[in-house]
Write a protein that binds this ligand. Sequence first.
Ligand code: ADP
Ligand code: MG
Length: 242
Amino acid sequence: MTALPPFVQLQDVAKRWNGQLGVEHISLSIPRGSFVALLGPSGCGKSTTLRLLSGLELPDEGRISIDGKDVTTAAPSERNLSMVFQSYALFPHLSVAENVIFGLKVRRVPAAKRREMLQRSLEITGLLGYEERKPGELSGGQRQRVALARAIVAGQPLCLMDEPLSNLDAKLRASVRKDIKKLQLDLGMTVVYVTHDQTEAMSMADMVVLMKDGHIQQVGTPEDLYYRPANTFVAEFVGAPP
Ligand code: ADP
Ligand code: MG
């Protein structure tokens, strides 16, 4: 049996601003089809790591590859990924349907195919019947589902999410969480998910990357972090028994 090469790989990546640390020595191998949480307190470098993966920032040091291709300096559009943010980034003047298929129109996907993909994505996210609504007429949870539907129709193998639930109340969070997991479990997408909420990370992720002050503290399964914390910071952050 040969081990599969990692789908996403960061090798000793660093990013600084005017000499000030963003992240440093970030090395990470992400298997295809996994759900990885980047976890840690505010300012620890989660979003920076995600932006480096997406190409919205370029690293000062290190290499990044996706699906065997070196993308260290590639533009976001060349990385075959979709993104979901904390703010929904929807077009307020367009309907739900138009928001979801916007990217397909840009890519000149034929109308019949667009309708089929729209239908499927709204089914998965529980938004059937909301096609003609405007974002302003939706709840926060529904708006975030529109963003998920958009990521689904993008059809990219990798989805990057930065605190997608943080604008939602606790009840909504639980249900949108399930929809987010569908991207991995039903559609086979690889998800890299930023959160500062350890409960979210531990319940959703196959692999948790716990960060502090721009450095990775531990990479492992939720069980690893909980029962075999690498240091006291990890133990305290995940709330493991002393
Ligand atoms: P997190 O997402 O974990 O809250 P960030 O990745 O946003 O943390 O930030 C990590 C560090 O990098 C912080 O100290 C932050 O101030 C700094 N940082 C992030 N983006 C910038 C930027 N565009 N310019 C300067 N400093 C930045
Ligand atoms: Mg952040």
